[in-house]
Design a binder for this molecule. Structure first.
Ligand code: IFM
Length: 451
């Protein structure tokens, strides 16, 4: 294989999130999050009750990371483990868990990147304020951030406030596919704005608690193309891009929400405080980019306010090939060129921000064959996307690390455990791990760095 080459100090890591791997949902003082409530509401849903059991054993996975040569790890802290009611009383046992996890990573020379919110809103805050639909939650989030940073900030220097605010707002509050499963455009915009406000408030508190912290946010960025060349579809794609991407990018980097999207949804605007946009656009040390694929938008008359529709369906299942383009088991087109284009777009349009690719990876149908998993499609996927990233770095993109989603198979939200993203296979009955061929490929790729 030709090994994609990256600069000498480039970070190679994997990413996970608390609810998707930890289990231990009701032990040591942790109280429910909206995901516990949502998954327990129907007997047909997989739950995160056990997940990959890392609350009880993280060492096995840290040893695996070390064997694979990974030098960084992105994980998230479960808000309801640290503050069971979302605010107020701190749960010492919850914080102790992350303390031990960080120490164990550092023993293996693995640099921790900590995400503070990866969608597991404490149920108590959901009940009291509607989660981020309530403006108060932005302040409670900043308080929580400070609690965690005060405890871990002597060893953890890389902090990510939010993971994918679009997904939490849209899948959870507009499209009803994620907890808390609402369908409300007003709530969507409140949640979107208040998450960003919480992010900005937290940035200040993190810096105060840990002056040498490097602080960023992770956005999922999905290039949007018009379905046809018609002026209607071109205009629709612009609004779609603003809805998915530049609402967040422009809020953070320009301190304003983009038009025409923002005017089109004027009837839904939440209250925007006089200083909100200034708080939201506080300078960051890095932008975390989660990239999977592109989407196509077309103009439709029946979609209120937005007037566009995107045909891709993230919950579509089954691998397929359409017009020669392969799709993953979670319905995403395999399109590595999109990563190159996105990194160059950020360089051009957002003044070349310091970047980490905080997630990229793929679900495919994996089979355990003895002790092996021959996931050649995932190997090809990673090779393609890493080649694209390396190419962008050569062309001046300010990219400093690549975190594969994910280390192990885990709880893939509404798709449950059937959708496997890991470079390490998990037998959920025994909790045994099996390094997939993609994991071995990653190890070889890291060993083959000549920089
Ligand atoms: O599993 C998710 C993760 O929680 C957020 N980004 C996308 C991943 C794969 O779908």
């Amino acid at each position: 294989m030709t090994v994609p080459q990256f600069p000498r100090d480039f970070l190679f890591g994997t990413a996970t999130s608390a609810y998707q791997i930890e289990g231990g949902w009701n032990v040591d003082g942790r109280r429910p999050s909206i995901w516990d409530t949502y998954t327990h509401a129907s007997p047909r849903r997989d739950t995160g009750d056990m997940a990959c059991n890392t609350y009880h054993d993280f060492q096995t996975d840290i040893n695996l990371m070390s064997v694979l040569g990974l030098n960084s790890y992105r994980f998230s802290v479960a808000w309801p483990r640290v503050l069971p009611e979302g605010r107020g009383q701190v749960n010492a046992k919850g914080l102790d868990y992350y303390d031990r996890l960080v120490d164990a990573l550092l023993v293996k020379n693995i640099r921790p990147f900590v995400t503070l919110f990866h969608w597991d809103m404490p149920q108590a805050l959901q009940d009291a304020f509607g989660g981020f639909a309530g403006r108060e939650t932005a302040s409670y989030f900043a308080d929580y951030a400070e609690v965690v940073v005060r405890r871990l900030g002597d060893r953890v220097k890389d902090w990510i406030t939010l993971n994918e605010p679009w997904e939490h707002a849209a899948l959870g509050h507009l499209l009803g596919e994620h907890a808390p499963a609402h369908h409300n455009p007003w709530t969507y915009l409140k949640v979107a704005h208040h998450q960003l406000l919480g992010h900005g408030l937290a940035v200040e508190r993190i810096r105060a608690a840990c002056p040498d912290a490097r602080v960023g946010i992770t956005l999922s960025l999905t290039p949007i193309l018009p379905k046809t060349d018609s002026p209607q579809d071109v205009a629709a794609a612009k609004v779609a891009d603003q809805f998915f991407n530049t609402f967040y990018l422009d809020g953070i980097y320009k301190g304003q929400y983009p038009d025409p999207f923002w005017s089109q949804v004027r009837w839904l605007h939440p209250h925007i405080g006089a200083d909100d946009m200034q708080v939201i656009s506080r300078p960051l040390d890095f932008l975390g980019v989660n990239f999977y694929s592109r989407e196509y938008a077309r103009a439709v008359w029946w979609m209120p306010f937005l007037r566009f529709w995107v045909d891709g369906d993230l919950s579509a299942s089954g691998e397929k090939v359409v017009n020669g383009m392969p799709f993953t088991a979670s319905g995403r087109e395999v399109y590595p060129q999109g990563l190159y284009d996105l990194l160059m777009y950020l360089k051009r349009e957002y003044n070349n921000p310091f970047l980490y690719l905080t997630e990229n990876g793929a679900a495919f149908t994996d089979h355990l064959d003895g002790e092996r998993v021959h996931d050649e499609k995932r190997v090809a996927y990673l090779q393609g996307y890493m080649d694209a990233a390396a190419h962008a770095v050569r062309d001046g993109a300010n990219l400093h690390g690549y975190f594969i989603w994910s280390l192990t198979d885990n709880f893939e939200w509404s798709l449950g455990y059937g959708t496997r993203f890991g470079i390490v296979y998990v037998d959920y009955v025994t909790q045994r791990r099996y390094v997939k061929d993609s994991g071995l490929w990653v190890k070889e790729m890291i060993c083959g760095q000549t920089g």
